[in-house]
Ligand binder design. Structure first.
Ligand SMILES: [Zn+2]
Length: 342
């Protein structure tokens, strides 16, 4: 099956009342972990690459690895999504390379750090929507700014500095025509999301519920939504790591989000922790080992386990064969007819 558009995956998720995990990748082993988890749980899946990942892996490597994934797992509807595109040019280069979905993060200026004005965000996002929909490619926008910094991207600070305003969210969706909307409700990128288990004061689920009430037909996206389980932190620290105590987004809160319009859930940190813990364990327990496979294979297994767990928790498990995938050309025609009737 060729790579499919994210819009179709999220529309189907909306019909089925479930969420779809979007897992970040930089290399072959991470892609293999995700595809194996998808096959085991029969899940449609979103694989995403940030600008940092594209630079690390080199676009062409990434492209061909994803083609291999589509070829080897033909029964799994798979999306290749650009995470946090910083400019229309970055989104355009991703579309040209074969991404089937892009995020235009106009909540920040092109430096990926400075919060941008609402007008700037609308302008760049609308531009990307025009360009992407003309190719049948999906667009995710962001309104409000997430906390933290990852891969050099982010406004920094805690997640509460630039929360999404529901009125602005409505205006933003009307003016841009985005397919999916990332909202800021207190979450942050990276491992250090919360200094204690989040409460209604630090994780604003009521804001999410209000945005969904106002925008029932927009697919909502939760970023920075790793649950950062203590067991994974403990393995890293048990084998010589030095992680400070930290809390992520509890899976129950994500599930509450899914009941209220969240269709895409971004998870990266949990997988990073699983990989690092598995590698540290082998290197500490078997210092005589020097074949990279001796630690990459357990790392791949550890990530697969986490991804499969999330697929079950988000509800996407069992839905891989619910629908026939539409081509980007069919998606293009659909956008065109919507534009005519709008
Ligand atoms: Zn993000």
């Amino acid at each position: 099956m060729p790579l499919v558009s994210m819009r179709q995956l999220l529309d189907e998720a909306s019909k089925g009342g479930y969420g779809v995990g979007a897992f970040n990748v930089n290399n072959m082993e991470q892609i293999q972990s995700i595809m194996e988890a998808a096959r085991e749980t029969q899940s449609p899946v979103i694989i995403q690459a940030s600008r940092g990942a594209r630079a690390y892996s080199q676009d062409r490597f990434l492209y061909h690895l994803m083609q291999a994934a589509a070829e080897l797992y033909p029964e799994i509807p798979t999306v290749l999504h650009l995470d946090h595109g910083n400019s229309p040019e970055t989104c355009q280069s991703a579309i040209e390379m074969g991404f089937t979905s892009v995020m235009m993060d106009g909540s920040l200026m092109p430096d990926g750090k400075t919060p941008a004005s609402f007008e700037y965000n609308v302008e760049v996002t609308r531009k990307v929507v025009e360009m992407a929909h003309a190719k049948g490619v999906t667009v995710e926008g962001e309104i409000g700014c997430l906390g933290g910094i990852e891969d050099g991207h982010g406004a920094g600070g805690d997640g509460l500095s630039h929360l999404t305003d529901p009125d602005q969210a409505v205006e933003f969706v009307e003016k841009t025509g985005v397919d999916a909307l990332a909202i800021a409700i207190g979450t942050s990128h990276g491992a250090y999301k919360f200094t204690a288990k989040p409460t209604g004061e630090t994780l604003k689920m009521e804001t999410l519920i209000e945005i969904h009430r106002r925008l029932p037909n927009t697919h909502l996206v939760m970023h920075g939504s790793s649950s950062v389980p203590k067991e994974l932190q403990d393995i890293v620290n048990q084998y010589g790591g030095k992680l400070k105590p930290t809390w992520g987004v509890p899976v129950e809160e994500t599930q509450l989000g899914i009941r209220n319009g969240v269709r895409k859930i971004n998870v990266d940190t949990d997988n990073r922790l699983a990989i690092t813990g598995a590698i540290r364990k082998v290197l500490m327990e078997k210092p005589e080992e020097f074949d990279p496979r001796s630690y990459m294979k357990p790392a791949r297994d550890a990530m697969k386990k986490v991804v499969a767990e999330r697929m079950v928790q988000f509800g996407q498990a069992g839905h891989a064969k619910d629908y026939a995938p539409l081509s980007l050309e069919e998606m293009r025609k659909r956008y065109q007819s919507e534009a005519v009737t709008a």
